[in-house]
Ligand binder design. Sequence first.
Ligand code: IPD
Ligand code: CA
Length: 286
Amino acid sequence: MTQPGAVADTVSPRALLELALVAAREAGDLLVRTRPQGLRAEATKTSPTDVVTEMDRASERLLRERLLARRPGDAILGEEGGASSGSSGVRWVIDPVDGTVNYLYGLPHWAVSVAAEVAGQVVAGVVHAPELGHTWTATVDSPACRDGLPVSVSDPDGLAMALVATGFGYTSARRARQARVLTGVLPRVRDIRRAGAASVDLCLVASGAVDGYYEQGLKPWDLAAGALIATRAGARVGGLSGQPPGERMLVAAAPGIFDELVGLLAALDADDDPRADPSTDPPQGD
Ligand code: IPD
Ligand code: CA
């Protein structure tokens, strides 16, 4: 978490959003225009299916360069490059490609996610999904927008009529538990969607394209921008049992179904301690 500083006290969320937008658009262009033929995974992370490509790394390099060129005193936390410290009180939280598996397979549900925190609070966020043709934005003091126009959450008629998105982690142990929870959720909702990019899922809640979303195991870069956008669009965003949203559980939903969805997930122990997972799969899976 960053410490508040003299610059952070005066920096405007709108100015941070403008910079995030310029950087995310440039990274999106890079990812679309310079994607190699036959792109392959360059390395794996927590499991053989948790991949990083040369393009994830190129996108993160570009984002870091653009942000630090304009604001050299800022800290950055990025999925591929880790944490670097700063002195300004502003920290950027970036996912250079959220939905890497979709990107690898040529599916359009992926995004560049850029959030700005001041004193540990997200104040501006951009989720730029070039192949979906949409860019979602929000600041802490302005409405959520898609392509510059305000969006708001849906008004579903109870959980049984709700379309609910979710996602899965990469390790076998976590997936086995997520599958168990899913068997308890699926019979209780209209249907389930698994699009493959957490930041986009949160923006679909913001736009009313799904009624709710939940996932265990998200990292700060998966959720920082999208959670602000969903909140500013009128969603309730939290964990279970009054916990804040985070790695243990994130639920984002239209207010009319939030309590029902949280109650169902709590009854299913959907936020059982993720630290019980091994941080990586054994080589042959388990
Ligand atoms: C993943 C995606 C996916 C979610 C995973 C994330 P990545 O991020 O957001 O939808 O289910 O939990 O790790 O690896 O594509 O950046
Ligand atoms: Ca990523």
